[in-house]
Write a protein that binds this ligand. Structure first.
Ligand SMILES: Nc1ncnc2c1ncn2[C@@H]1O[C@H](COP(=O)(O)OP(=O)(O)O)[C@@H](O)[C@H]1O
Ligand SMILES: [Mg+2]
Length: 327
């Protein structure tokens, strides 16, 4: 019998716009010979399934079921197509754990940990990975720009600690601009990460697990016309993504090994995408962050990498769903 899958999308943050595009790619590439899928929109307006006729059905949160034409539908698994809270930070993962419904993403603890950029680099460093030197700031504990500059060398990146999509982020080259960058980041988040700039080429790499085995996708190099991979570079085309990256095999291997190590250390599940800067002087990749629900719009990096591996997206999503049931 075909299993019934809920594709969850939307979310409560500004990233919901991207979530809908990700879910559209997933929906289009679900193998309907293997799975029956329903897309569930989880937004501040409510949790809904919309029938092809345009009728909205509210999800019963007691068991995450929907009822269509008097027939109750329960889900065998959840495919996560939601960026930002509550689908990428562990909140829904905890809810599905309570209901005993398997899902395609990292578990609640790994999702929550990796959603926090500072805790991510702290754990990575503990595992011996290279990360940038940084300071973790909290809104209610004042620290002056002068004190920050005593600890960290310019240029620095100032980022909302729990953000995504480069929103509220700045690169600061001149100490006089630091306070403004801090104010901007604190508008987005109660916690801010100030991180030393790592010089080098930027790579990002998808990693997933199938039949219990960790597999890395072909690497993408990010070439941006902007100062860094900011929101405009990401979504308005001011960057070029080269998949597979044109790099020496020795560099590629270091990036792949670091990515697979991170996947194992953070006990990841499903498809994640890990950002690195390869620093020539250190001959090592520096890990910036782990995206546990990476963008999967048609043009996004993960779909590019899946195609570069020679897989169809259909087989890829089937593999992700099958992995939920893999013991
Ligand atoms: N420490 C750093 N050194 C060099 N570049 C960085 C650093 N931190 C961030 N960047 C640049 O900023 C971009 C966004 O940062 P990232 O930490 O990946 O946050 P986001 O969640 O917004 O993608 C990166 O893709 C990279 O171009
Ligand atoms: Mg990133």
């Amino acid at each position: 019998m075909k299993k019934t899958i809920a594709i969850i999308t939307g979310g409560y943050s500004g990233e919901s716009v991207i979530s809908y595009k990700t879910a559209a790619t997933i929906e289009k590439n679900i193998d309907t010979e293997k799975w029956i899928s329903y897309t569930i929109d989880i937004s501040p307006a409510g949790w809904f399934y919309t029938t092809p006729a345009g009728e909205k059905t509210t999800v019963d949160k007691n068991d995450f079921s929907i009822t269509i034409d008097g027939k109750k539908i329960n889900f065998d698994a959840v495919l996560v197509g939601m960026h930002g809270t509550p689908g990428e930070d562990g909140k829904l993962q905890g809810y599905f754990d309570c209901l005993n419904i398997p899902y395609t993403s990292c578990d609640a603890a790994s999702s929550a940990l990796t959603f926090n950029k500072r805790y991510t680099v702290a754990v990575a460093a503990f595992a011996g990975m290279h990360v940038a030197k940084s300071l973790h700031l909290f809104k209610n504990i004042a620290i002056s720009a002068t004190d920050i500059l005593k600890e960290l060398k310019l240029p620095v990146f100032v980022k909302p600690n729990n953000g995504g999509s480069s929103i509220g982020m700045s690169k600061v080259n001149d100490g006089a601009d630091l306070q403004h960058a801090l104010d901007k980041a604190f508008k987005e988040d109660e916690q801010v990460l100030v991180e030393e700039f790592i010089k080098g080429r930027e790579f990002t790499i998808g990693v997933f697990k199938t039949k219990g085995q960790i597999i890395s996708l072909p690497i993408t190099e990010i070439l941006t016309k902007k100062d860094f991979f900011d929101y405009e570079a990401k979504y308005n085309g001011a960057s070029e993504e080269v998949t597979p990256a044109v790099i020496d095999e020795s560099i590629a291997e270091k990036v792949r090994q670091a990515a697979k190590k991170a996947y194992a250390v953070f006990n990841c599940k499903g498809i994640v995408r890990i950002d690195f800067i390869y620093n020539e002087a250190a001959s090592n990749p520096y890990m910036l962050e782990i995206n546990t629900v990476p963008g999967q719009t048609d043009a996004s990096i993960v779909p590019q990498q899946v195609r570069a591996l020679g897989w169809t997206l259909k087989d890829f999503y089937s593999a992700l769903i099958e992995e939920c049931f893999y013991k």
